[in-house]
Design a protein around this ligand. Sequence first.
Ligand SMILES: *[C@@H]1O[C@H](CO)[C@@H](O)[C@H](O)[C@H]1NC(C)=O
Ligand SMILES: *[C@@H]1O[C@H](CO)[C@@H](O)[C@H](O)[C@H]1NC(C)=O
Ligand SMILES: *[C@@H]1O[C@H](CO)[C@@H](O)[C@H](O)[C@H]1NC(C)=O
Ligand SMILES: *[C@@H]1O[C@H](CO)[C@@H](O)[C@H](O)[C@H]1NC(C)=O
Ligand SMILES: *[C@@H]1O[C@H](CO)[C@@H](O)[C@H](O)[C@H]1NC(C)=O
Ligand SMILES: *[C@@H]1O[C@H](CO)[C@@H](O)[C@H](O)[C@H]1NC(C)=O
Length: 366
Amino acid sequence: MMSIKLLLSVGASLALASPVPAPPSPVLIGRETGHFNASRPNITIFATGGTIAGSAGSSDQTTGYEAGALGVEVLIDAVPQLWNVSNPSGIQFANVGSSEITPEILLNLTQMVQRELDKPECQGVVVTHGTDTLEETAFFLDITLRTDKPVVVVGAMRPATAISADGPINLLEAVTVAAAPAAARRGVMVVLNDRIASAYYTTKTQANAPDTFKSYEQGFLGYLLDIKPVFYFQPALPVGRPYFNVTAAAAEALPQVDILYGYQGLDPKMAEAAVANGAKGLVCTGMGAGSWTRPGQKALAQLAKENGTAVVFSRRTMDGFVESGSVGYGGGFLNPQKARYTLMLALNAGYDDEKMHALFESQSPS
Ligand SMILES: *[C@@H]1O[C@H](CO)[C@@H](O)[C@H](O)[C@H]1NC(C)=O
Ligand SMILES: *[C@@H]1O[C@H](CO)[C@@H](O)[C@H](O)[C@H]1NC(C)=O
Ligand SMILES: *[C@@H]1O[C@H](CO)[C@@H](O)[C@H](O)[C@H]1NC(C)=O
Ligand SMILES: *[C@@H]1O[C@H](CO)[C@@H](O)[C@H](O)[C@H]1NC(C)=O
Ligand SMILES: *[C@@H]1O[C@H](CO)[C@@H](O)[C@H](O)[C@H]1NC(C)=O
Ligand SMILES: *[C@@H]1O[C@H](CO)[C@@H](O)[C@H](O)[C@H]1NC(C)=O
């Protein structure tokens, strides 16, 4: 129906040599064909794959399908109502399940999204993504983008071929939110299941059901009624949300940070093994408010002292605050996967001990 043209300049920059396979060349579909309505906002959709682009053999199959099977043009064509609220345009950034997204890919994504947001003719951005690691990408974008324009990350829990697939309505709601002036200056948002959530706080809470993205403590920013966004609050940003400028960072830049899990009788050697394997930082998924076994703490203290390993404590409970103790930094309200990207970006920015404390303790009670 619509013609697809290659965006050669971007394709060429992605093709530069790298140990990580470059994502497929982006394609642009939509308003570039000259098909646009000057009184509607221009929304650019970066498609990365996932269930929202997933295809299964039958309509009652909601597991075991192929993620990232459908292109962005198929997603846009499936929802003609997108043209009612926006002039959509699609960039096929990648087409993979979200477990294949890497820090290198995210660096490229955030750089491309920032360039798009910097264009006066772009009013908002939507990123389609697999839900398994969606919160990692949304959080990474939240702390690396500098914009007042709405940025929405969206996914689906049921493949496009399923009966009652949630992808089309989620995409329409995401684009509607990205096109809404009321969605500006709220940081990156996650839209699924008629809810608008802050990327900073939301997490996937359910492995199968569409009602999965939640932040139990901080709640939602708003919801969608008749596909129209309703916000509960005036625009606000998460307290203590940092900004890391990675617009010029090389793809290999981010240091390795591994996540360790806390449990009864954990083996302290896991921490040493991670450092021997190249980790510059460790995020410890503590029991309760960051607690760790005594032998485990001893091993971490030694790595911090002798090897310069940066250690952050988070928690294996769904919610709660972790404060700094005698070893490392407390991750505050950040869950382990969010603490990990924060630590990677802080190490990349060369933060010293004082800045690390300030960063991780920015949400501490005053
Ligand atoms: C990221 O982009 C850079 C240039 O902007 C390129 O050299 C690199 O290969 C890309 N990496 C990935 C994973 O796309
Ligand atoms: C263009 O968009 C405006 C605002 O949504 C709408 O009122 C108008 O009818 C549209 N024009 C056309 C030709 O579709
Ligand atoms: C929205 O788009 C659909 C499909 O293009 C069209 O049939 C419908 O009339 C539109 N609704 C509004 C309110 O513009
Ligand atoms: C939307 O995009 C079109 C095509 O690139 C451009 O001509 C138009 O000015 C843009 N609209 C706004 C409001 O920026
Ligand atoms: C980010 O850094 C680049 C240079 O690397 C600079 O041009 C740009 O203005 C910076 N952006 C912000 C928001 O500070
Ligand atoms: C940490 O540093 C000490 C002292 O330099 C060294 O002996 C040890 O091998 C290092 N440990 C790891 C896991 O790299």
